[in-house]
Design a binder for this molecule. Sequence first.
Ligand SMILES: Nc1ncnc2c1ncn2[C@@H]1O[C@H](COP(=O)(O)OP(=O)(O)O)[C@@H](O)[C@H]1O
Ligand SMILES: Cc1ncc(COP(=O)(O)OP(=O)(O)O)c(N)n1
Length: 268
Amino acid sequence: MTPLAVLAIGGSDSSGGSGLQADVKVFAAMRLYGATVATSVTAQNTRGVQDVFELPGNVVSAQLSAVLEDLPIKAVKVGMLATAEAAAAVTAKARAGVLPNLVVDPVLEAAAGRRRGVVSALERLLPFAAVATPNRDEASALVGWQVSTPADMAGAAAQIASNGPKYVVVTGGDMVAGDEAVDAVWTDAGARFLRYPRVQTRNNRGTGCTFSAAITSRLAQGDDVLEALVAAKEYVTRSLVGARDWDLGNGSGPLNHFDWPTFAAFSA
Ligand SMILES: Nc1ncnc2c1ncn2[C@@H]1O[C@H](COP(=O)(O)OP(=O)(O)O)[C@@H](O)[C@H]1O
Ligand SMILES: Cc1ncc(COP(=O)(O)OP(=O)(O)O)c(N)n1
């Protein structure tokens, strides 16, 4: 049977744990056909990002046109945009109505000096998103104040939603206190929290990419947004459990994207 096709727009991660490489692994694990549009090539490993090589805006536009003119894309995930020009190229396609089920995972890691420009460009893209999934740091940059507690996360999600995306999830993977990994979700019916067991592991590279790519996959498969969020939370948790004993690299190792049906189900 012909698989459903989905698209990831973002940066290449040379170590394969996050970025486009993680996205394509998630799509494959979900039995989807994944296309990619690269905005940048990063030199990174499990210890961190060493360098980012940005692709010019016209190169991003050309890739987008090539994919969208030919493949029947059902859902689109945006990760690292790297430059305002790359963001503008994506926003132009969103405005033209050719990016269905758009999930925006703002990635500001390694944006360094360009952070303000990338944030402004993201603000222009967000109104076209069905779902946005910033972490606490990215949410802080978008709202202009420090997002710390779960209550802050819910408030930030509401503020970001006022700029367009119907659903906003502020993820709290970096909140190490407690036994739970808590995310705040803004829905059209108000705030709610996704609370799942926190997995104790050093192998947590690419959790944000994995979560947002899984949401994208489930939207392509016809889930409504809340169903997709819960399924993605379950998937990222299982992928963390599956890689707990892996020994790849000296830093934060990657997740196990493929053995998730083996690992126990969790309940929200
Ligand atoms: N150690 C962990 N155990 C369970 N869930 C986690 C863990 N780390 C991250 N997550 C979950 O992974 C998803 C991505 O969140 P996060 O790590 O905050 O994103 P990012 O990689 O963008 O910082 C969220 O659902 C978050 O709660
Ligand atoms: C090319 C590229 N894209 C995204 C990231 C960040 O990945 P993310 O999953 O949001 O963050 P971590 O869970 O790895 O902290 C990246 N490093 N490179």
